[in-house]
Write a protein that binds this ligand. Structure first.
Ligand SMILES: CC(C)(COP(=O)(O)OP(=O)(O)OC[C@H]1O[C@@H](n2cnc3c(N)ncnc32)[C@H](O)[C@@H]1OP(=O)(O)O)[C@@H](O)C(=O)NCCC(=O)NCCS
Length: 166
């Protein structure tokens, strides 16, 4: 990454949207979307925002817990919206919000949200510094502040697990 890539960028530059139609191969025998399939899409949707913001390769460092609030059925549309909440040094927190849309009933419901941390790397796997992200709206500022609190919780939990292994 060259220095001109390190200028601050707006949250909206990373905003991404991915839509999937739920097909039988995505579902269990009752016709409900598999949780693992949705987790895969969440990872991809998160990576879109991380790539767009950092303009680099990224790896997923962690995914915070995910609640599945409502079922998603075969034939529904899953809509995944992602954006960078906050950048630290080489890592950034991305939020992914998932919606289910039924175009026959004309309904849309919130399925769940997830926070993922991506680390920017170059083609040889070396970590890269990431440009800061600038929140422009109250909602983006709230997510930015919350991301700082979540990072502290993640670091404390990682440290606790490392100590428990010794
Ligand atoms: C993620 C990875 C690059 C971190 O490497 P590391 O040697 O632990 O690096 P560091 O401790 O120096 O941390 C680098 C950054 O990652 C962050 N990080 C590391 N582990 C993390 C975790 N579990 N959750 C969130 N952030 C994490 C650090 O906070 C740091 O952020 P900063 O640079 O913004 O301050 C490394 O563990 C890795 O390559 N993992 C495999 C990634 C992968 O293959 N993912 C696909 C799924 S298998």
């Amino acid at each position: 990454m060259n220095d001109e890539n390190l200028g601050p960028r707006s949250v909206r530059d990373s905003q991404s949207e991915m839509t999937e139609i739920i097909l039988p191969n995505d579902a269990n025998p009752l016709g409900d979307l598999l949780g693992g399939r949705l987790m895969h899409w969440i990872d991809l949707a998160g990576a879109l925002a991380a790539h767009r913001h950092s303009r680099s390769y990224v790896v997923t460092a962690s995914v915070d817990h995910i609640d599945f609030l409502v079922p998603v059925k075969i034939g529904d549309l899953a809509i995944l919206r992602s954006s960078v909440n906050r950048v630290f040094n080489s890592s950034m927190e991305v939020g992914v919000k998932v919606w289910v849309e039924n175009y026959i009933a004309d309904t849309a419901k919130h399925v769940g949200s997830a926070y993922l941390t991506f680390v920017a790397i170059d083609g040889k796997g070396n970590r890269l510094k990431v440009a800061p992200v600038v929140p422009d709206t109250d909602e983006q500022r709230r997510r930015y502040d919350d991301a700082g609190r979540r990072r502290e919780i993640r670091r404390a939990e990682l440290e606790r697990r490392r100590k428990a292994k010794r």
